[in-house]
Design a binder for this molecule. Structure first.
Ligand code: 0FV
Ligand code: MN
Ligand code: MN
Ligand code: MN
Ligand code: MN
Length: 523
């Protein structure tokens, strides 16, 4: 069926293409490497970079191979910005350049007053590769100094940027979640380019309207399913699930991926509550077994609420299998079935632990927990729903959960526990990573939380290392790894921003969501 666009929609599209071409010309005319880097950084923060992938990649490639001048070499901000952007896009650059700002292995006290430089070095330090001690030093040096300088900085906008960065670094953020905030800062900044600003606002609104449409369709799916009423104990948070999928990929052409991920995440949330909160152990053992057999005839053994769970599961898997087979000529059914079986296997382990009062060690807990958090299954669905060409061998490589996937999912587990474990403990649930470590070592909750944050940083550095190592390059594309990491970035944004350790429910009701999905930017 052909859908005719309303006149107003056509005018907006035309305006957007005109602005896009104008920005492309502006990009082309910027020649100084530092100016180019600043522009790329701004486009990324404004959420516009997806329009200019080719330009960005070409420019960074040239900068990577080009020569730097002397002024550049004395500029901490320039050195750090170059380091961060090159590494972000897969160009290996050594941290040697930072040695110019050190004395006897420690950063020079002389750079204390350069708040912009410190901030850039702080952001760069999150791109460190495990084992780079200079970058560890950069992180502790800058995070301490930035906290101190908050009291003295006079420039209010710079202060806001420092607060925002200390809350979460760029490497851990989803730029689109902060795009509105940044547009506001950019609008006031001295190097603002009107066409870039206008395009950022318009593009934000266009994507918002698209997302609203997607959410409307998904809400229809969810209310028709009726699980909210039939399983009132389980979470009913379609908007939150959509929000996760939007974090994983916000690009307009990944609409199908957002649709599937929202459904999967919403259902996983319900099944997780069945295992954690509602089901008796006997029922759960039975359910796990029926799903293992994937046998519709065996369904009669289940209580009605579990029949609904099983049927909703089969239905979404069948539908996705159909779509992928139609569009990619590959049968993903055995894979999808395996992903759910692996997930439920880990859910049941936790249910058994809880029911027997067993306290696992942190290591034992994490070995199960990196799967039970749902990271692997969501990453695998992201893979089949975003790749232009799904290859069987790549799918299998991914499915075996190589180190980079495992590390990412461990981070996801740790940051979920960071945000949700207090509520879970009160309600009655398996002890979280924080509590496993407390009973194992006898430390306080505060110390244990600090330990988890250090572990998270360490695991990120290990991921950065693997991204640059040969053995991971064959199967996982740079851009897919980014999509995969977006899941844990969304986790950081929802669980770890600020010190209050809030949970998703609270956040979702908060400003981020309304501002992202409801309120357009006045043009
Ligand atoms: C986890 O719930 C949950 F719902 C998450 C992380 C939302 C998004 C899920 C995915 C993207 C998979 P909960 O804290 O109850 O999980 P655990 O495993 O702690 O029961
Ligand atoms: Mn749970
Ligand atoms: Mn659970
Ligand atoms: Mn949790
Ligand atoms: Mn838990």
């Amino acid at each position: 069926m052909k859908v005719t666009k309303p006149k107003q929609g056509e005018a907006i599209d035309a305006r957007a293409s005109a602005l896009r071409e104008e920005v492309r010309m502006i990009f082309k005319n910027v020649v100084e490497p530092l100016d180019q880097l600043e522009l790329i950084d701004q486009l990324q923060r404004l959420g516009l970079d997806y329009h200019f992938h080719d330009e960005i990649n070409r420019t960074l490639k040239n900068i990577h191979t080009g020569q730097k001048n002397e002024t550049w070499e004395k500029d901490l901000h320039a050195t750090a910005l170059e380091f961060r952007l090159l590494r972000q896009h897969g160009h290996h650059i050594s941290p040697e350049g930072f040695k110019r700002f050190t004395e006897n292995g420690s950063f020079n006290k002389g750079i204390r007053a350069d708040v912009q430089g410190l901030l850039s070095l702080y952001e760069a330090s999150y791109f460190s590769i495990d084992g780079e001690s200079l970058m560890d030093e950069a992180w502790s040096f800058t995070s301490n100094l930035l906290k101190d300088c908050l009291e003295n900085t006079v420039d209010l906008d710079l202060q806001m940027r420092v607060i925002n960065a200390l809350e979460l670094p760029l490497q851990w953020r989803i730029p689109r979640f902060d795009a509105k905030w940044y547009i506001n800062l950019y609008q006031k900044s001295g190097d603002m380019i009107p066409a870039v600003l206008a395009f950022a606002k318009l593009d934000f609104n266009i994507r918002q309207a698209l997302n609203q449409e997607e959410l409307k369709d998904l809400s229809r799916w969810w209310s028709k399913l009726g699980m909210g009423e039939k399983l009132p104990f389980a979470r009913d948070r379609l908007v939150a699930s959509f929000f996760w999928s939007l974090g994983i990929t916000g690009e307009p052409h990944h609409r199908y991926c957002r649709e599937v991920l929202t459904k999967i995440i919403e259902l996983i949330g319900v099944y997780d509550d069945v295992y954690d909160v509602y089901g008796t152990l006997d029922e759960l053992e039975l359910f796990t077994d029926v799903v293992q057999r994937w046998d519709i005839n065996a369904m009669k053994e289940l209580p009605d609420y579990m029949k609904l769970c099983f049927l909703s599961l089969i239905s979404v898997v069948n539908e996705t299998t159909y779509d992928i087979l139609r569009d990619h000529n590959i049968d993903t059914f055995p894979h999808q079935k395996k992903w759910f079986n692996d997930l439920f296997e880990c859910y049941i382990v936790e249910a058994r632990w809880y029911n027997s009062g067993y306290h696992p060690t942190l290591e034992e807990y994490l070995k199960n927990g990196f799967v039970s958090i749902g990271g692997p299954i969501v990453m695998l669905y992201s893979y089949i729903c975003t790749e232009d060409q799904i290859k069987k061998e790549d799918l299998e490589f991914n499915e075996d959960l190589p180190d980079i996937v495992r590390l990412a999912c461990e981070i996801f587990r740790l940051s979920d526990d960071y945000g949700t474990s207090s509520a879970e403990l009160k309600r009655g649930d398996v002890p979280s990573s924080i509590h496993c470590y407390m009973s194992e070592t006898g430390v306080s909750e505060e110390v244990s939380r600090e330990h988890m944050m250090n572990l998270i940083r360490k695991k990120w550095a290990q991921i950065n290392k693997l991204r640059f190592s040969k053995e991971n390059n064959n199967s996982l594309s740079w851009s897919f790894v980014d999509i995969m990491l977006n899941l844990i970035r969304a986790g950081h944004c929802l669980y770890n921003a600020g010190d209050d350790g809030f949970s998703v429910e609270d956040v979702v009701a908060k400003d981020t969501l309304v501002s992202l999905l409801v309120e357009p930017i006045p043009l």
